[in-house]
Design a binder for this molecule. Structure first.
Ligand code: GLY
Ligand code: MN
Length: 492
């Protein structure tokens, strides 16, 4: 396995990012144009509308462009739309409709590029978004097929209509008989599943920033701190390296909170003897990292913590060892689950690798699922859960993240109280009491290469490496690195 960042200490991180990310790592307009043409080639004929995210209801709420629109245009202002007329598998005509320049509004909301600036920035002919209705009128007048092929989250059946749906419906109201399909979406999903070299560079950068945040966390954490102090340090580190935002709500869960999969209240004082599960990801250039480390709050794994930890690490290694082009992710998931089932049996938490318990309706559910309640991983990209193909191929970026979670409410609330289940609870009670409140997840990010796998998230994960880093004193965030800032200035 190739490792891009073998020693991501701060200065090394800076140097490695410098080496790994030439200015050309930006996604070019030509690449965006090729993506739109690739979509057109699949659709063959018709009118395509991609709708950017609407401006938030107040201008002091952060704006985030939706991923399908960003993928096709790279345009990150609110309220935009892309219209493409596709003929014989090519784009016959296209326009990008954007908010017009408006100094009064810009006083509050900041600079807008306007239609002319949009053309300069993207290479697509620009128009004011106020013309969207007229553009649709004239395109529909010239064609028999009264259908709009919408890209993105159009969902008229949802109880609460999202902004994309609302904007499409407003357009449809003015056109009797206009049909709407989401035909482009499966094609876009396939395109997004395999990343370009420029996208992979952005993923390497966002994971490098996230690795640095994990290293800071490992050095800083100690009993008596609140989870939010670690969240603050993590998100400070993201921003300090140019990450625009956390790609998802940071999960900083200690003790019982480590067993809650998407815990993000992050407000508990951590005690000596707790584990701390930190599942975080920077967003950089729109791309999401997603890396989890679990550490002992006091810097040294207890025996019980180490037993669970080593098991999860072994499950991850089993899946990782199989990953290469042509492998179905389901096979990797099975390999990891087999390791966990065998190990949990040895630890006494389940009765046998294939043992079951009785669900609410009497159904047989694997006991493994009491302690491992999620899938093995997912694609990463513009979204933290990004599209990806089930069979690995070069350019696919994804996570492997097994976990074991011994929940405090397992006996009282999770396992239905039946005679059969009472026997099970009696059998596993000693192990349960040994491991309760330990939640361990280990999550890494990878890129599939021609002959294997590139590990892009090398934060310490062996017990000895974590304990060694935690033993180093933390004396505040490391000094600002002028070399890195110069690189960032150049690459913007
Ligand atoms: N990082 C959260 C998740 O993958 O579900
Ligand atoms: Mn994840």
């Amino acid at each position: 396995m190739k490792t891009n960042f073998p020693l991501p200490r701060l200065s090394v991180l800076a140097t490695v990012i410098l080496l790994a990310a030439p200015v050309s790592a930006q996604i070019t307009n030509q690449e965006y144009a090729e993506r739109r043409e690739a979509l057109a080639a699949q659709l063959e004929e018709g009118l395509v509308l991609a709708v950017g995210s609407a401006a938030p209801p107040q201008d002091y709420i952060p704006f985030h462009q939706n991923s399908p629109f960003r993928y096709l245009t790279g345009f990150t202002e609110p309220d935009a739309a892309l219209v493409m007329e596709v003929r014989e598998g090519r784009i016959a005509w296209e326009t990008l409709l954007v908010n017009p320049r408006d100094p009064a509004t810009e006083t509050w909301e900041g600079y807008r590029v306007g239609p002319e600036g949009a053309r300069e920035a993207t290479g697509i002919e620009g128009r004011s978004v106020e013309e969207l209705g007229h553009v649709m009128d004239s395109l529909l007048a010239a064609t028999e097929v009264q259908e709009l092929q919408v890209v993105g989250a159009y969902d008229p059946d949802a109880a609460i209509r999202n902004d994309v749906t609302q904007r499409v419906e407003a357009l449809v109201r003015g056109h009797d008989g206009l049909q709407v399909s989401t035909a482009p979406n499966p094609y876009l999903t396939t395109l997004r599943g395999v990343k370009s070299e420029a996208e992979l560079e952005l993923l390497r950068k966002t994971t490098a920033i996230t690795v640095e945040a994990h290293r800071q966390m490992m050095q800083a954490v100690q009993p008596g701190m609140n989870e939010f102090e670690i969240q603050a340090l993590v998100e400070y580190t993201f921003r300090r390296y140019g990450s625009e935002r956390p790609a998802f709500a940071s999960i900083v869960g200690s003790g019982p909170n480590s067993t809650i999969l998407h815990y993000n209240q992050n407000d508990r004082f951590m005690a000596d003897g707790d584990v701390l599960l930190v599942d975080i990801g920077a967003g950089y250039g729109g791309y999401a990292a997603d890396i989890t480390r679990t550490v002992p709050v006091n810097g040294t794994f207890s025996e019980a913590q180490r037993e669970i930890y080593e098991l999860v690490l072994e499950a991850q290694a089993a899946a990782e060892a199989m990953a290469r082009p042509g492998v179905h992710f389901g096979q990797m998931a099975q390999a990891a689950a087999d390791v966990l089932a065998r190990g949990l049996t040895e630890l006494g938490l389940i009765e046998a690798p294939d043992a079951t318990f009785e669900g609410e309706n009497g159904q047989e559910i694997p006991q493994l699922r009491l302690f491992y309640m999620h899938g093995l991983g997912h694609g990463i990209g513009l979204d933290v859960h990004d599209p990806w193909p089930p069979i690995l191929e070069p350019g696919v970026a994804f996570t492997i993240e097994p976990g074991v979670y011994v929940r405090p409410n397992l006996f009282d609330e999770v396992i239905p109280d039946t005679p059969r289940n009472r026997e099970l609870m009696e059998a596993i009670r000693p192990a349960y009491e040994r491991y309760v409140n330990i939640g361990v997840r280990i999550e890494d990010d990878y890129i599939v290469t021609e002959d294997g796998l590139e590990w892009i998230s090398p934060a310490p994960r062996q017990v000895a490496d974590i304990e060694a880093l935690m033993a180093q004193p933390w004396d505040g965030p490391a000094e600002r690195d002028p070399e890195w800032m110069e690189w960032y200035r150049q690459m913007r």
